[in-house]
Design a binder for this molecule. Structure first.
Ligand SMILES: [Zn+2]
Length: 168
């Protein structure tokens, strides 16, 4: 359970996204470890249960990003199943012979990377809204460790967010 200041990301998944987060030990796709995975088929967000809490929270927020930013407009996910992975394993899409075209493959890889970056930005904003970050930053007298702990995010993630709200 989050403290009284951190965003309750699991509650957002359940009540807003109507998805059930599932915590799976050693989550992987054909042996390749994954941090998280959104499965439209299961209507679930799968999270690697072996990661530390703040990592799991970021992964959940990241997967919500995929749900919000891509799934509803996307066409690829309905064709290829769960393709919005935190770490991309060998998916059906990877083994699609029509992607022998290297130029096309390269542009698809770039598109994936762009999607991942967008999901990360979404997660960062969801877990660390600007107003909340500024408030806790004041309350904790600009102590990075204490602000990260209050918001239940990693110091690294907080560092990037502080930069984007002009506090670092
Ligand atoms: Zn992702």
């Amino acid at each position: 359970m989050p403290n009284d200041r951190a965003i309750d990301v699991e509650r957002i998944v359940r009540e807003f996204c109507k998805l059930e987060p599932m915590f799976i030990p050693d989550l992987n796709l054909t042996g390749k470890p994954l941090l998280g995975l959104f499965s439209p088929a299961l209507n679930a967000i799968l999270v690697n249960d072996c990661c530390i809490d703040v990592r799991q929270r970021f992964t959940i927020a990241h997967e919500i990003g995929h749900v919000q930013l891509e799934h509803r407009q996307g066409n690829a996910s309905s064709l290829f199943g769960p393709e919005t992975l935190e770490i991309f394993g060998c998916t059906e899409e990877d083994e699609d012979l029509s992607s022998m075209d290297e130029v096309r493959a390269e542009s698809q890889a770039k598109l994936r990377r762009v999607k991942e970056i967008r999901a990360n930005k979404f997660a960062s904003h969801l877990l660390m809204p600007g107003g909340l970050v500024r408030q806790v930053w004041r309350e904790e007298r600009a102590n990075l460790e204490q602000v990260a702990s209050a918001l239940m995010v990693s110091k690294e993630a907080l560092g990037y967010r502080l930069n984007s709200v002009g506090l670092s």
